[in-house]
Design a protein around this ligand. Structure first.
Ligand code: ZN
Length: 185
């Protein structure tokens, strides 16, 4: 088993930074979906420090003018994939991370209930690193060993008009079938 009982991944490329921003999934939930995001703080930044700080509720919102709007926000994802392919896990997969927000798509709502949230460190203006995408695929393969994952969605697809990530540089090729939102891994 590559996951412990709470759904923390055990691999040497994963670091744990437990976030307080999670709660329990509805009883009997099938964790069948991956939601792909991207995040950079500040926008177009390439450091993961501020992102970790945000997910751990310790972001100094005076550190950058754009951070003012993040004051008091309580968010998290299960995973963050850094530019070099290293991974930080913030919430065990058995629990519900707070990444999707108000969400609906593909005939379903409340994606936080049944999804694993994966953030790519990056923005909607530039390509992701090849190693990041390789790691994303590897992570999904690992997750599939323990969870009945079948689907993948972009944050923009389940929060249209509100979210644009992971953006036009993210390519589903090799991750999702082209005509559906079913995984191809
Ligand atoms: Zn997002």
């Amino acid at each position: 088993m590559w996951f412990d009982d709470d759904g923390w991944l055990k691999h040497d490329w994963v670091q744990r930074q437990p976030s307080p921003n999670y709660d329990t999934r509805p009883l009997g939930t099938r964790i069948d979906t991956v939601v792909v995001h991207c995040i950079s703080l500040p926008e177009r930044g390439r450091s993961r420090q501020f992102i970790e700080d945000l997910f751990l509720n310790r972001l100094d919102t005076s550190a950058h003018p754009s951070f003012a709007e993040l004051q008091g926000l309580h968010v998290s994802s299960h995973f963050l994939i850094d530019r070099d392919g290293s991974v930080v896990q913030f919430v065990g997969c058995e629990n519900r991370a707070w990444h999707a927000g108000v969400s609906s798509g593909f005939g379903r709502t409340n994606f936080n209930h049944f999804s694993v949230g994966i953030e790519l460190l990056g923005d909607v203006y530039s390509p992701f690193e090849v190693t990041q995408i390789q790691r994303l695929k590897q992570l999904i393969v690992e997750l599939k060993k323990s969870y009945p994952l079948r689907y993948a969605a972009a944050h923009s697809e389940i929060a249209p008009g509100r979210k644009t990530d992971p953006g036009p540089f993210f390519d589903w090729k090799g991750i999702r079938k082209s005509t559906t939102y079913e995984l191809d891994l």
